[in-house]
Design a protein. Structure first.
Length: 286
Protein backbone atom coordinates (compact mmCIF):
# COMPACT_ATOMS: atom_id res chain seq x y z
CA UNK A 1 0.00 0.00 0.00
CA UNK A 2 1.24 3.42 -0.87
CA UNK A 3 2.07 5.74 2.02
CA UNK A 4 1.95 9.48 1.36
CA UNK A 5 2.94 12.58 3.31
CA UNK A 6 0.29 15.22 3.90
CA UNK A 7 0.95 18.27 6.06
CA UNK A 8 3.36 16.57 8.44
CA UNK A 9 1.61 13.19 8.60
CA UNK A 10 2.39 9.88 6.92
CA UNK A 11 -0.76 7.98 5.96
CA UNK A 12 -2.17 5.49 3.43
CA UNK A 13 -3.04 7.24 0.17
CA UNK A 14 -6.77 6.40 0.55
CA UNK A 15 -6.87 8.35 3.81
CA UNK A 16 -5.14 11.45 2.47
CA UNK A 17 -7.76 14.18 1.96
CA UNK A 18 -7.62 17.89 1.17
CA UNK A 19 -10.31 20.55 1.30
CA UNK A 20 -12.41 21.34 -1.78
CA UNK A 21 -11.50 24.97 -1.03
CA UNK A 22 -7.82 24.22 -1.54
CA UNK A 23 -6.40 26.75 -3.98
CA UNK A 24 -4.49 23.97 -5.68
CA UNK A 25 -7.89 22.48 -6.63
CA UNK A 26 -9.70 25.77 -7.37
CA UNK A 27 -6.96 27.74 -9.13
CA UNK A 28 -4.07 25.37 -9.82
CA UNK A 29 -2.30 27.67 -7.36
CA UNK A 30 0.73 25.57 -6.49
CA UNK A 31 4.14 24.29 -7.53
CA UNK A 32 5.70 20.83 -7.68
CA UNK A 33 8.79 18.71 -8.20
CA UNK A 34 9.37 15.19 -9.54
CA UNK A 35 12.51 13.59 -8.10
CA UNK A 36 13.82 10.19 -9.26
CA UNK A 37 15.20 7.93 -6.54
CA UNK A 38 17.69 5.18 -7.41
CA UNK A 39 18.51 2.57 -4.76
CA UNK A 40 17.25 4.93 -2.05
CA UNK A 41 19.27 7.91 -3.30
CA UNK A 42 17.53 11.00 -4.67
CA UNK A 43 18.97 12.27 -7.94
CA UNK A 44 20.24 15.83 -7.38
CA UNK A 45 18.09 16.55 -4.35
CA UNK A 46 19.84 19.86 -3.66
CA UNK A 47 19.07 21.07 -7.19
CA UNK A 48 15.43 19.96 -6.96
CA UNK A 49 14.96 21.78 -3.66
CA UNK A 50 16.65 24.86 -5.12
CA UNK A 51 14.28 24.83 -8.10
CA UNK A 52 11.36 24.34 -5.71
CA UNK A 53 12.46 27.48 -3.86
CA UNK A 54 12.68 29.39 -7.16
CA UNK A 55 9.16 28.24 -8.09
CA UNK A 56 7.84 29.29 -4.65
CA UNK A 57 9.51 32.68 -5.06
CA UNK A 58 7.89 32.89 -8.49
CA UNK A 59 4.41 32.50 -7.00
CA UNK A 60 5.19 34.49 -3.82
CA UNK A 61 4.62 31.61 -1.43
CA UNK A 62 6.86 31.22 1.59
CA UNK A 63 8.58 27.85 1.87
CA UNK A 64 6.98 26.23 4.94
CA UNK A 65 9.86 23.76 5.44
CA UNK A 66 13.61 24.15 5.81
CA UNK A 67 15.93 22.08 3.63
CA UNK A 68 16.66 19.59 6.48
CA UNK A 69 12.90 19.27 7.05
CA UNK A 70 12.32 18.53 3.36
CA UNK A 71 15.15 16.00 3.41
CA UNK A 72 13.72 14.27 6.45
CA UNK A 73 10.18 14.10 5.07
CA UNK A 74 11.42 12.78 1.72
CA UNK A 75 13.75 10.19 3.23
CA UNK A 76 11.08 8.93 5.60
CA UNK A 77 8.58 8.63 2.76
CA UNK A 78 11.12 6.79 0.59
CA UNK A 79 11.75 4.31 3.43
CA UNK A 80 8.05 3.75 4.03
CA UNK A 81 7.35 2.79 0.42
CA UNK A 82 8.42 -0.38 -1.34
CA UNK A 83 10.50 -0.70 -4.45
CA UNK A 84 14.05 -0.13 -5.53
CA UNK A 85 13.58 2.85 -7.83
CA UNK A 86 10.96 5.52 -7.24
CA UNK A 87 9.66 8.72 -8.63
CA UNK A 88 8.80 11.07 -5.79
CA UNK A 89 6.20 13.73 -6.53
CA UNK A 90 5.96 16.67 -4.16
CA UNK A 91 3.51 19.51 -4.38
CA UNK A 92 2.77 22.63 -2.41
CA UNK A 93 -0.39 24.65 -2.88
CA UNK A 94 -1.38 27.95 -1.30
CA UNK A 95 -3.81 25.93 0.84
CA UNK A 96 -7.48 26.44 1.59
CA UNK A 97 -9.03 29.85 2.26
CA UNK A 98 -12.51 30.36 3.83
CA UNK A 99 -14.02 31.57 0.54
CA UNK A 100 -13.03 31.36 -3.11
CA UNK A 101 -11.15 34.56 -3.87
CA UNK A 102 -8.57 35.19 -6.57
CA UNK A 103 -6.52 37.32 -4.18
CA UNK A 104 -4.03 35.50 -1.99
CA UNK A 105 -5.18 34.82 1.58
CA UNK A 106 -3.41 37.13 4.04
CA UNK A 107 -2.06 34.19 6.07
CA UNK A 108 -1.76 31.25 3.69
CA UNK A 109 -1.45 27.79 5.18
CA UNK A 110 0.15 25.79 2.36
CA UNK A 111 -0.90 22.22 1.69
CA UNK A 112 2.19 20.02 1.48
CA UNK A 113 1.77 16.71 -0.28
CA UNK A 114 4.38 14.09 -1.21
CA UNK A 115 3.84 10.69 -2.83
CA UNK A 116 6.11 7.98 -4.14
CA UNK A 117 5.48 5.93 -7.27
CA UNK A 118 7.46 2.96 -8.55
CA UNK A 119 9.87 3.97 -11.29
CA UNK A 120 10.30 1.35 -13.99
CA UNK A 121 13.96 0.92 -14.94
CA UNK A 122 14.65 2.64 -18.26
CA UNK A 123 17.14 0.51 -20.16
CA UNK A 124 19.19 1.74 -23.06
CA UNK A 125 17.51 -0.88 -25.24
CA UNK A 126 14.03 0.41 -24.41
CA UNK A 127 15.09 3.98 -25.06
CA UNK A 128 16.72 2.98 -28.32
CA UNK A 129 13.33 2.40 -29.97
CA UNK A 130 12.89 6.18 -29.76
CA UNK A 131 9.75 8.28 -29.89
CA UNK A 132 7.74 10.22 -32.42
CA UNK A 133 7.31 13.94 -31.84
CA UNK A 134 5.29 16.70 -33.45
CA UNK A 135 5.86 20.46 -33.36
CA UNK A 136 3.04 22.50 -31.86
CA UNK A 137 2.56 26.18 -31.06
CA UNK A 138 3.37 26.87 -27.42
CA UNK A 139 0.04 27.98 -25.97
CA UNK A 140 1.39 28.28 -22.41
CA UNK A 141 1.98 31.40 -20.34
CA UNK A 142 5.06 33.63 -20.03
CA UNK A 143 6.55 32.04 -16.91
CA UNK A 144 7.35 28.47 -17.98
CA UNK A 145 10.41 28.51 -15.70
CA UNK A 146 8.02 28.11 -12.73
CA UNK A 147 7.17 24.45 -12.14
CA UNK A 148 3.50 25.23 -11.60
CA UNK A 149 0.82 22.61 -10.98
CA UNK A 150 -1.44 24.52 -13.41
CA UNK A 151 -0.60 22.20 -16.31
CA UNK A 152 -3.74 22.44 -18.43
CA UNK A 153 -1.90 23.80 -21.47
CA UNK A 154 0.79 21.10 -21.13
CA UNK A 155 -1.85 18.36 -20.91
CA UNK A 156 -3.73 19.73 -23.95
CA UNK A 157 -0.50 19.80 -25.94
CA UNK A 158 0.52 16.28 -24.89
CA UNK A 159 -2.96 15.02 -25.74
CA UNK A 160 -2.82 16.69 -29.15
CA UNK A 161 0.54 15.03 -29.80
CA UNK A 162 -0.97 11.67 -28.82
CA UNK A 163 -3.95 12.20 -31.13
CA UNK A 164 -1.41 12.61 -33.95
CA UNK A 165 0.28 9.32 -33.00
CA UNK A 166 3.25 10.99 -31.26
CA UNK A 167 4.64 10.67 -27.73
CA UNK A 168 5.75 14.24 -27.21
CA UNK A 169 5.02 17.74 -28.49
CA UNK A 170 8.00 20.00 -29.23
CA UNK A 171 6.83 23.52 -28.52
CA UNK A 172 7.54 26.46 -30.79
CA UNK A 173 7.28 30.10 -29.74
CA UNK A 174 8.30 33.10 -31.87
CA UNK A 175 9.96 30.75 -34.35
CA UNK A 176 12.07 29.05 -31.67
CA UNK A 177 11.83 25.43 -30.51
CA UNK A 178 11.95 25.65 -26.72
CA UNK A 179 11.11 22.38 -24.95
CA UNK A 180 8.60 19.52 -24.84
CA UNK A 181 5.21 19.49 -23.11
CA UNK A 182 6.87 17.58 -20.24
CA UNK A 183 10.56 17.49 -21.18
CA UNK A 184 13.52 19.59 -22.29
CA UNK A 185 14.90 19.68 -25.81
CA UNK A 186 18.37 18.92 -27.15
CA UNK A 187 19.45 18.70 -30.77
CA UNK A 188 22.72 17.64 -32.37
CA UNK A 189 24.02 19.38 -35.49
CA UNK A 190 27.37 18.39 -37.00
CA UNK A 191 28.49 16.74 -33.76
CA UNK A 192 27.54 19.66 -31.50
CA UNK A 193 24.95 19.18 -28.74
CA UNK A 194 22.65 22.22 -28.55
CA UNK A 195 19.96 23.15 -26.02
CA UNK A 196 18.11 26.46 -25.56
CA UNK A 197 19.10 28.80 -22.71
CA UNK A 198 17.08 28.90 -19.51
CA UNK A 199 14.59 31.73 -19.16
CA UNK A 200 10.82 32.23 -19.00
CA UNK A 201 10.20 30.11 -22.11
CA UNK A 202 11.15 26.80 -20.51
CA UNK A 203 11.61 24.81 -17.33
CA UNK A 204 15.22 24.63 -16.10
CA UNK A 205 15.32 20.83 -16.14
CA UNK A 206 17.50 18.98 -13.67
CA UNK A 207 18.20 16.31 -16.31
CA UNK A 208 19.12 19.09 -18.77
CA UNK A 209 21.70 20.45 -16.31
CA UNK A 210 23.15 17.02 -15.70
CA UNK A 211 23.51 16.38 -19.44
CA UNK A 212 25.31 19.71 -19.89
CA UNK A 213 27.63 18.83 -17.01
CA UNK A 214 28.35 15.40 -18.48
CA UNK A 215 29.04 16.99 -21.88
CA UNK A 216 31.45 19.45 -20.27
CA UNK A 217 33.23 16.83 -18.15
CA UNK A 218 33.64 14.50 -21.14
CA UNK A 219 34.64 17.21 -23.60
CA UNK A 220 31.67 16.65 -25.89
CA UNK A 221 31.08 19.78 -28.00
CA UNK A 222 28.01 21.61 -26.72
CA UNK A 223 26.32 24.99 -26.98
CA UNK A 224 23.54 26.68 -25.04
CA UNK A 225 21.69 28.83 -27.55
CA UNK A 226 18.36 29.37 -29.25
CA UNK A 227 17.16 26.71 -31.67
CA UNK A 228 15.10 27.89 -34.62
CA UNK A 229 12.26 25.77 -35.91
CA UNK A 230 14.19 25.35 -39.16
CA UNK A 231 17.26 24.06 -37.30
CA UNK A 232 15.13 21.63 -35.34
CA UNK A 233 13.76 20.26 -38.59
CA UNK A 234 17.21 19.78 -40.07
CA UNK A 235 18.93 18.44 -36.92
CA UNK A 236 20.94 15.20 -37.07
CA UNK A 237 19.63 14.13 -33.66
CA UNK A 238 16.81 15.29 -31.37
CA UNK A 239 16.52 14.26 -27.70
CA UNK A 240 13.78 14.96 -25.15
CA UNK A 241 14.89 14.77 -21.51
CA UNK A 242 13.22 14.50 -18.12
CA UNK A 243 13.75 12.99 -14.69
CA UNK A 244 11.46 10.04 -15.31
CA UNK A 245 12.08 9.49 -19.04
CA UNK A 246 15.85 10.23 -19.03
CA UNK A 247 17.06 10.87 -22.60
CA UNK A 248 14.55 9.89 -25.26
CA UNK A 249 15.79 9.96 -28.84
CA UNK A 250 13.26 11.30 -31.35
CA UNK A 251 13.18 9.10 -34.43
CA UNK A 252 10.34 10.82 -36.27
CA UNK A 253 9.42 14.52 -36.34
CA UNK A 254 6.16 15.70 -37.89
CA UNK A 255 5.87 12.41 -39.76
CA UNK A 256 9.38 12.61 -41.21
CA UNK A 257 11.80 9.81 -40.19
CA UNK A 258 15.18 10.95 -38.85
CA UNK A 259 18.43 9.09 -39.59
CA UNK A 260 16.80 5.77 -40.62
CA UNK A 261 14.84 5.75 -37.36
CA UNK A 262 18.01 5.06 -35.36
CA UNK A 263 19.25 7.12 -32.40
CA UNK A 264 22.43 8.96 -33.35
CA UNK A 265 26.03 8.42 -32.17
CA UNK A 266 25.95 11.36 -29.75
CA UNK A 267 22.90 9.89 -28.03
CA UNK A 268 24.80 6.59 -27.68
CA UNK A 269 27.61 8.43 -25.89
CA UNK A 270 25.36 10.51 -23.68
CA UNK A 271 23.04 7.72 -22.56
CA UNK A 272 26.06 5.65 -21.50
CA UNK A 273 27.38 8.58 -19.46
CA UNK A 274 23.95 9.14 -17.94
CA UNK A 275 23.50 5.49 -17.01
CA UNK A 276 27.02 5.38 -15.54
CA UNK A 277 26.08 8.38 -13.40
CA UNK A 278 23.02 6.46 -12.15
CA UNK A 279 25.18 3.44 -11.24
CA UNK A 280 27.39 5.70 -9.10
CA UNK A 281 24.34 7.33 -7.54
CA UNK A 282 22.96 3.91 -6.57
CA UNK A 283 26.23 3.20 -4.80
CA UNK A 284 25.87 6.48 -2.93
CA UNK A 285 28.87 7.93 -4.74
CA UNK A 286 27.17 10.99 -6.29
N1 LIG B 1 8.27 17.19 -16.00
N2 LIG B 1 10.00 20.80 -19.15
C1 LIG B 1 8.76 20.53 -18.70
C2 LIG B 1 7.63 21.36 -19.20
C3 LIG B 1 8.56 19.48 -17.78
O1 LIG B 1 7.32 19.23 -17.32
C4 LIG B 1 9.67 18.70 -17.36
C5 LIG B 1 9.53 17.56 -16.39
C6 LIG B 1 10.94 19.01 -17.87
C7 LIG B 1 12.19 18.24 -17.45
O2 LIG B 1 12.60 18.58 -16.15
P1 LIG B 1 13.42 17.56 -15.24
O3 LIG B 1 14.61 17.14 -16.02
O4 LIG B 1 13.77 18.34 -14.04
O5 LIG B 1 12.51 16.38 -14.95
C8 LIG B 1 11.07 20.07 -18.74
C9 LIG B 1 8.03 16.26 -14.94
C10 LIG B 1 8.83 15.01 -14.97
C11 LIG B 1 6.52 16.03 -14.81
O6 LIG B 1 5.80 16.99 -14.97
O7 LIG B 1 6.11 14.91 -14.49
Amino acid sequence: MSIVYLNGEFLPIEQAKVSVLDRGFLFGDGVYEVIPVYGGHCLRLGEHLKRLQDSLDGIQLKNPLTIPQWEQALNELIEKNEGEDKSVYLQLSRGAAPVRDHLFPAQPRPTIFIMSNPLKPVSKETLRTGIKAVTLDDIRWQACNIKATALLANTLLKQQAASQGATEAILVRDGLATEGSASNLFIVIDGVIITPPIGPRLLPGITRDLILELAEANKLPHEVRDISEAELKSANEIWMTSSTKEIMPVIELDGKVLANAQPGPMWERMIDLYQAYKVKLRQGAE
